[in-house]
Write a protein that binds this ligand. Structure first.
Ligand code: NAD
Length: 358
């Protein structure tokens, strides 16, 4: 992160940080100072003196009140979710320019700024470590004097960025891995990581032009549920990552499916922040239901804080390089990346899709 500070300084972007902001990721104030950043002890002073505020967490109503009129906020916002509409309105009323980092287009040119991908990579990796620690079994096959141990079976639901990382990590730990996604295009990627793709007997493909998943038909859902039920029953671990942008996460693992699993099995529900892919997930908590451990904790990237911060800092650095010219914010509204993530500006909600949903 101190390296990011240096690279920003080289582009005339002066950085101030809140004292202690790096503690969780083991970076001291002195390291930031050595990189060329100013360290402010008061959050109020930081908000008052900065033209652009970069946050890791969604803004709160209190932090919005601290923002100076005409300043810019770069932050996760999830502005298409109905519960965040009041935040969007408050930012527009405050006449703040808001860049939502979760709305950066998922294109090849924007890859280096893609916060959703960097944090999903970490979540997918850590979900497997959590599952391995909670499962009262080995992941790999072992041939020992005390007998042969069969490898654990891991089922990954949703093979996007987090899911593919989970597959790779579970394979490296020696598990037998299966994966399912409604986007058929990922079959090849799943197989290239050494996992088996679970097929649904249908021609339907739920990939949108933007590369995301969309809602499937009822007929497809019924066939999908049958296929998932068969594979959940055999799994020791289910890692679910299925999301549909702007909507509640689809329920893929029903209570009956949980009942069909062996006691001691583990479900890690990475969709818990969007209410979960398992009907019995309690968002933010870990619970045991029908003898199965269901882990629905939030914010897994913070458990790998050093690398999560390093990757977030690198994403922000690239985003600021994109948004700034000669050390100041310079918004090119013709640019696809800028247009995609600019939500409020000069007192208005300027993102058409967000405006439509308000
Ligand atoms: P995501 O977090 O929105 O969803 C996770 C996965 O869940 C997706 O693969 C989705 O297809 C799947 N899913 C949704 N509903 C499902 C259901 N009912 N059953 C099973 N699976 C379901 O997605 P993501 O991981 O952020 O990535 C989405 C897409 O964006 C992918 O195609 C990814 O390759 C693409 N992407 C492209 C770039 C780039 O080109 N630079 C960068 C990042 C992501």
């Amino acid at each position: 992160m101190a390296d990011s500070v240096k690279r920003l300084a080289a582009k005339k972007i002066e950085l101030s940080i809140e004292s202690g902001a790096g503690t969780g990721s083991c970076v001291s104030d002195d390291e930031f100072r050595a990189g060329g950043a100013a360290v402010e002890t008061s959050g109020d002073a930081l908000y008052a003196s900065s033209d652009v505020i970069v946050r890791l967490r969604q803004p709160t109503p209190e932090s919005i009140a601290q923002l100076r009129e005409g300043s810019a906020l770069v932050s996760p916002l999830f502005p298409l979710q109905a519960q965040n509409a009041p935040l969007v309105r408050a930012l527009a009323e405050r006449k703040v320019t808001t860049i939502a980092v979760d709305m950066i287009p998922r294109t090849t040119v924007a890859q280096m700024m893609d916060v959703l991908s960097s944090q999903a990579t970490i979540a997918g990796y850590y979900a497997v470590l959590m599952a391995a620690a909670a499962l009262p079994k080995f992941f790999p096959m072992l041939m020992t004097a005390a007998g042969t141990i069969a490898p654990s079976r891991v089922l990954v639901l949703g093979a996007g960025v987090a899911g593919l990382q989970a597959i790779g990590t579970a394979r490296r730990l020696g598990a037998v891995v299966e994966a399912f996604d409604v986007r058929r295009v990922v079959k090849e990627q799943v197989e290239s990581l050494g996992a088996r793709f679970v097929e649904v007997d249908s021609d339907e493909d739920a990939q949108t032009a933007g590369g995301y998943a969309k809602e499937t038909s009822e007929a497809y859902k019924a066939k999908q549920a049958e296929a998932i039920a068969r594979h959940v029953q055999k799994a020791d671990v289910v890692i679910s990552t299925a999301l549909i942008p702007g909507q509640r996460a689809p329920i893929l693992v029903t209570e009956d499916m949980v009942k069909s699993m062996r006691p001691g099995s583990v479900i890690v529900d990475l969709a818990a922040e969007q209410q979960g892919n398992c009907a019995l997930t309690e968002p933010g908590k870990s619970v045991v239901a029908h003898g199965v451990n269901i882990l629905g904790e939030f914010d897994l990237p913070s458990r790998v804080a050093i690398h999560a911060s390093q990757m977030y800092a690198r994403n922000m650095e690239k985003l600021l390089f994109h948004l700034c010219k000669d050390g100041a914010l310079h918004l090119d509204l013709e640019n696809e990346i800028t247009r995609g993530c600019l939500i409020t500006h000069a007192g208005d909600v300027v993102h058409p899709k967000v405006k439509e949903r308000l």
